[in-house]
Design a protein around this ligand. Structure first.
Ligand SMILES: [Zn+2]
Length: 428
């Protein structure tokens, strides 16, 4: 497939603003020049649109195998494409768990057969994510694992975590951590704060997260390991990561759009579309997350896309599973509520979704330059449209953002030189 994107407007990796044509051949950007004249399979007029590198989301739950009622690799990667994401990393809390070479090879095969965008699969840190026994990191790396995580649960034993970090360092891979100290969960379904008190619900205190991050940054220092914190949600966690970075510890962190956009004050009632893990915290935590993102403490944004069925989410705040979808709303929500409100710049937002996650994990994606993989998104920054969960390509419609009016919608997504989503077509 040979594509010519005409009149493209974008920011180059060196920060330069460029108006030009982009030629894509065999999955790679081969020419960036004004007025390229070539015979191509398709010419795309990008006048009036912004072109950015395809977005990268390093925290996605695709649910397959085992949770196909919620999502599959096919539907999840289509949702990613619609949201402008061309690289996503898939969490291992599936059944079975990708905890062996064989299971990782099966997963890679399935991704090749059914995925629309690039999927980087995580392997688990421990067998079946039970926290009892380390997986074979070298074999899993060889089978294509992107990094190691037991996302969904915290690794409870400090010694297990230390051994994991030492082994990860040996194979030059990252430990990616969902931080939750089990003795502090207190059977909570929401944050321990005003909302939990007012509604008579058990709350998950902030220290449940921050205490484990504090432990882990010290373990990472001892093991000389790249340690990445998933979905950071509290002001204390931000402070711990900031201090750890100052101390030279190799720590990175991500934050979700929903923790940047919402706090417990925004939960309208006992609606499980506001139930996620970590929970929506205090307004002061939300402020600290924005500050942490802007000062570089938090490296990038990841959605924690966590689809569930409508039936599961209708079970109420206590019984419903944790998690909300995020792939198809991340950019419009962040663009509308942060860029258009002058809290972060457009360039910063694009970096948090492209260059920054790529840099944190040494990935060769997230840039527009000759020789780079042709991962591109064309965005319409002016047309406003309401978020309508019924239009999601994800099987999951579980979002608290239904009805929010947003600008910044993708109109075309190109992954490795293929048009994987186009407005008006389900698939191209
Ligand atoms: Zn998690």
């Amino acid at each position: 497939m040979k594509l010519l994107i005409q009149n493209a407007y974008y920011t180059a990796s060196n920060g330069e603003k460029i108006h030009s044509d982009i030629l894509v051949e065999n999955g790679v950007i081969t020419k960036i020049e004004e007025n390229i004249i070539e015979t191509v399979d398709r010419k795309i007029d990008a006048a009036g649109l912004l072109v950015t590198p395809g977005f990268i989301d390093l925290h996605v739950h695709l649910r397959e195998p085992g949770g196909e009622k919620k999502e599959t690799i096919a539907t999840g990667t289509l949702a990613a494409a619609k949201g402008g994401f061309t690289t996503i990393a898939a969490m291992p809390n599936t059944r079975p768990v990708p905890d062996s070479k064989e299971q990782m090879e099966w997963l890679q095969q399935r991704i090749q057969e059914t995925g629309s965008v690039r999927v980087l699969p995580y392997a688990s840190i421990t067998t079946r994510q039970l926290g009892q026994e380390l997986t074979d990191f070298a074999a899993l790396k060889e089978a294509g694992a992107f990094a190691f995580t037991d996302d969904g649960v915290g690794v409870q034993s400090a010694d297990m975590m230390l051994q994991a970090m030492k082994k990860a360092a040996e194979v030059n891979m990252a430990i990616v951590a969902h931080c939750e100290e089990n003795t502090l969960i207190h059977k909570g379904s929401v944050h321990e704060g005003e909302f939990s008190k007012n509604n008579g619900l058990n709350g998950i205190p902030s220290v449940c997260e921050s205490v484990q991050i504090a432990r882990d940054v010290l373990l990472a220092e001892a093991a000389s390991c790249h340690y990445h914190v998933c979905h950071i949600s509290t002001k204390e966690s931000v402070r711990v990561v900031r201090d750890a970075k100052r101390a030279g510890i190799q720590v990175t962190a991500e934050v979700t759009p929903h923790h940047l956009l919402l706090s417990q004050d925004d939960i309208p009632g006992l609606d499980a579309n506001y139930k996620m893990n970590p929970p929506l915290r205090d307004a002061s935590d939300r402020e600290a997350l924005i500050e942490g993102l802007l000062d570089g403490t938090i490296d990038f944004i990841a959605t924690d896309h966590a689809p569930h069925t409508a039936e599961e989410k209708s079970e109420g705040m206590v019984a419903a599973p944790f998690g909300i979808v995020g792939l198809e709303t991340a950019f419009p929500l962040l663009y509308t509520n942060f860029v258009l409100k002058n809290i972060i710049t457009l360039e910063q937002l694009i970096e948090f979704l492209t260059k920054k996650p790529a840099e944190a994990f040494g990935l060769p994606y997230g840039k527009i330059e000759v020789g780079a993989p042709a991962d591109l998104v064309l965005l319409n920054l002016t047309e406003e449209q309401d978020i309508n969960p019924e239009e999601f390509l994800s099987k999951g419609k579980n979002t608290p953002f239904g009805g929010w009016a947003c600008k910044g919608w993708p109109v075309m997504t190109i992954a490795e030189g293929n048009i994987v989503w186009e407005k008006g077509c389900v698939t191209a």
